[in-house]
Design a protein around this ligand. Structure first.
Ligand SMILES: Cc1ncc(COP(=O)(O)O)c(C=O)c1O
Length: 482
């Protein structure tokens, strides 16, 4: 049965309804400054409701949301893992939450210690010489990294380098970053195993290459098996290597990108260290760098002298990316998550992320073929079962009827009809089996009663939307239905 949406507040509004009654004003009007007397004619036009009406409305609205706290969220590449409540408890501690970003450094030593320790943890976890916590998202970390690469070449007077190489499986933010930084993006194909095609890469490597942006594990959920040769090819022609760290949860405590030779990498704190994701709050995308890029880091960063902490801006910095000191609340949550896990716990995150993805892949791959038939890392890219007229979008929509959030669809672009599934390390075996059973049931429907799948969803408040129209021509103003 289709779930219904609560009516709009405007629709339940009735003249005269209200939540609060104030007693008659006992101050004579003549004693009230004229500017404070309400002009009834200028009252804002707001819905009139009781307190209970308002509470029910917003509670019902909140219950129509998908959220990681209520539902399995296998959105590939996004790592929608559980955000432990302890992170929230620490971020709400008065000493942190009420601390003003303009407070003097001497009165901010505790908060600066947190930032300093987090920088140290990031360096240690990923094998880098220095880190900046400034960027406000993974994509902004990318921008910081590529601007640092640009600054590095310019600083050496090497202005010929105008191209950045990007594998064809890359996330769209990579070429966007390259273009915003004034470089030209050059696409490198993947080989038959799902790795970067090394020969194609070598053909492009010359003295016009500023660098390579590479995601490892890549967006097919595969570890680049020749990553060291890939990095050497770029270094040998004088370029630098940017690591897109979005998939770091698959290799935490196993591989350190800095040790592989990666020169700069962003962390997506929401993916790797469980801070709220996307609409759930402001983001943070710290960057770690090797020695070469240390002078170019965005500032300020936190330094320690003895027991005292202070801000420092590196001499050749690319500049500031964010007001104040980054998104402190997010940094605090990530710091908590890292401390709570400790080294063994971080390693267990990677082990469980990879185990869960391989288990789920095994449960469905006979029915939902996976193009690259090798063990995956933390996610994998499947394709729909062979059924006439049933596409990836139909499977995704039908999953909603089974109470699951859909996986990422039609990405990465190099797999036709891609269903990109990332169970994350948070989920238990029972959930994975229920999800696999739903997918297998949908596959049976696709072959026996395809219209059940192609007309889904039937239980959600709205059915199939014209998503292109909704994006291109959004109606953002309330229009009365009467
Ligand atoms: C591989 C990859 N790179 C970069 C990004 C961009 O990160 P953010 O969403 O934090 O800007 C994402 C986000 O999903 C991603 O999956």
């Amino acid at each position: 049965m289709r779930q219904s949406l609560p009516p709009l507040l405007w629709e339940t509004s009735r003249p005269g309804k209200r939540a609060t009654w104030f007693s008659e004003c006992d101050v004579p009007k003549t004693e009230i400054p004229s500017g404070l007397i309400r002009d009834d004619a200028a009252r804002p036009n707001l819905p009139e409701l009781s307190e209970l009406d308002v509470v029910r409305h917003f509670t019902q609205l909140s219950q129509t949301n998908y959220a990681i706290d209520t539902t399995f969220y296998p959105l590939g590449s996004c790592t929608m893992k559980y955000n432990p409540k302890l992170n929230e408890a620490v971020a709400s501690m008065r000493g942190f939450a009420a601390h003003h970003p303009l407070a003097p450094v001497a009165a901010s030593q505790g908060s600066l210690a947190v930032l300093y320790e987090l920088q140290e943890q990031i360096k240690e976890i990923a094998g880098f010489a220095a880190a900046s916590l400034q960027p406000a998202a993974g994509a902004q970390g990318e921008l910081a990294g590529v601007l640092m690469i640009r600054a590095y070449h310019r600083d050496r007077g090497d202005t010929k380098r105008t191209r950045i190489l990007i594998p064809d499986s890359a996330h769209g933010t990579n070429p966007a970053t390259v273009t915003m930084s004034g470089f030209t993006a050059v696409e490198i194909p993947s080989d038959r195993e799902g790795n970067v095609d090394l020969e194609a890469l070598r053909r492009e490597c010359d003295d016009t290459v500023a660098g390579l942006m590479i995601t490892n594990p890549n967006t097919l959920g595969l570890f680049e098996s020749r990553i060291e040769e890939v990095i050497s090819a770029v270094h040998d022609c004088g370029g630098l290597v940017y690591g897109d760290g979005a998939n770091m949860n698959a290799i935490l405590g196993v591989v350190r990108p800095g040790d592989l030779g990666i020169d700069v990498m962003h962390f997506n704190l929401h993916k790797t260290f469980s801070t709220p994701h996307g609409g759930g709050g402001p983001g943070a995308g710290p960057v770690g760098v090797g020695e070469k890029l240390r002078p170019f880091l965005p500032g300020p960063i936190v330094e320690r002298t003895g027991d005292a902490f202070c801000f420092h801006t590196p001499e050749k910095t690319i500049g500031r990316l964010k007001a104040f000191h980054g998104n402190f609340g997010m940094l605090l949550r990530a710091f908590t998550y890292i401390l709570v896990h400790g080294p063994e716990g971080l390693r267990a995150i990677a082990d469980n992320a990879v185990l869960n993805a391989n288990y789920l892949k095994k449960l469905i791959e006979e029915t939902y073929p996976v193009r690259y038939r090798r063990p995956c890392m933390h996610e994998f890219v499947a394709t729909p079962p062979d059924a006439d007229g049933v596409h990836t979008m139909d499977i995704a929509k039908r999953l909603l009827d089974y109470g699951f959030h859909a996986p990422t669809v039609y990405f990465p672009l190099i797999v036709k009809e891609a269903l990109m599934i990332e169970p994350t390390e948070s989920e238990g075996r029972e959930t994975l089996e229920l999800f696999a059973e739903a997918l297998l049931q949908i596959a049976r429907e696709a072959s026996e009663t395809p219209e059940t799948v192609t007309s889904a969803p039937v239980t959600t408040p709205v059915s199939r939307l014209d998503e292109v129209r909704a994006a291109r021509h959004p109606v953002l103003r309330y229009r009365s239905r009467s």
